[in-house]
Design a protein around this ligand. Sequence first.
Ligand SMILES: Nc1ncnc2c1ncn2[C@@H]1O[C@H](C[S@+](CC[C@H]([NH3+])C(=O)[O-])CC(=O)[O-])[C@@H](O)[C@H]1O
Ligand SMILES: O=C(O)C(=O)Cc1ccccc1
Length: 235
Amino acid sequence: MNDKVFAKPIKKQFEFDEEVAAVFDDMLQRSVPFYKESQKITEFFALKQLQEGGVAYDLGCSTATLLINISRKLKTGATLVGLDNSEAMLEQARKKCEAFKADIELENADILEYDYKEADLFISNYTLQFIRPLIREELVKKISSSLKKGGVFIFSEKVISHHSKLNKDLIECYYAFKKEQGYSEYEIMQKREALENVLVPYSEDENIKMAKNCGFSHCEVVFRWANFATFIAIK
Ligand SMILES: Nc1ncnc2c1ncn2[C@@H]1O[C@H](C[S@+](CC[C@H]([NH3+])C(=O)[O-])CC(=O)[O-])[C@@H](O)[C@H]1O
Ligand SMILES: O=C(O)C(=O)Cc1ccccc1
């Protein structure tokens, strides 16, 4: 289904409700530059990390696209767990898992409160940015303490620059991308308003510092296009 969520006047802050869930795959593909590539790179490192008996969590799994792709390529018996607190997203995820006969555990849970088992891998693609800054650090600490030594956290985020001219230009570059994807100026501005104070991006440096402060020995960017980046942190 096509995403027309912001083509009409909006009355509220952005929410992952039924209206968004129904068009979510189209929305992400048209809103995240190189979305498929960032998923593929996540998939590649995820598969390298998962051995027999391994455990992986996808935080904010939305419609489970990434976990389904991982499960289709997985040659070992690892447990894949997708967590999301939007029932509307999980409904879409369950339908897709059923259609693909994918063996994935999906749970309606708050990723901040969840009692994680010892794991080999955590993934969070474009989810941390929705968690309030102080709590975000707490969550990353919880992730690192739930990982085995050598465990990996792959996360993708929208990022900012602290150079104000460059930051402005990065935003302009991103809006040019959205226009190319068929979004009108009106839709772009409405979504910008709805995301104000809901999506709080860090810079590339701040993300790396956060990972290192929260128990990871190494963190670097493995993919970046303008203000979108994929990071790998190693415990
Ligand atoms: N506290 C929370 N607990 C659980 N879920 C949450 C919480 N806060 C937000 N979410 C969930 O995190 C997801 C973020 S979308 C991730 C895209 C996906 N990873 C993808 O690569 O396709 C990103 C985006 O749309 O920009 C939504 O499904 C929320 O319901
Ligand atoms: O659409 C936008 O304007 C966004 O910035 C939203 C967004 C950012 C990162 C992942 C998914 C959606």
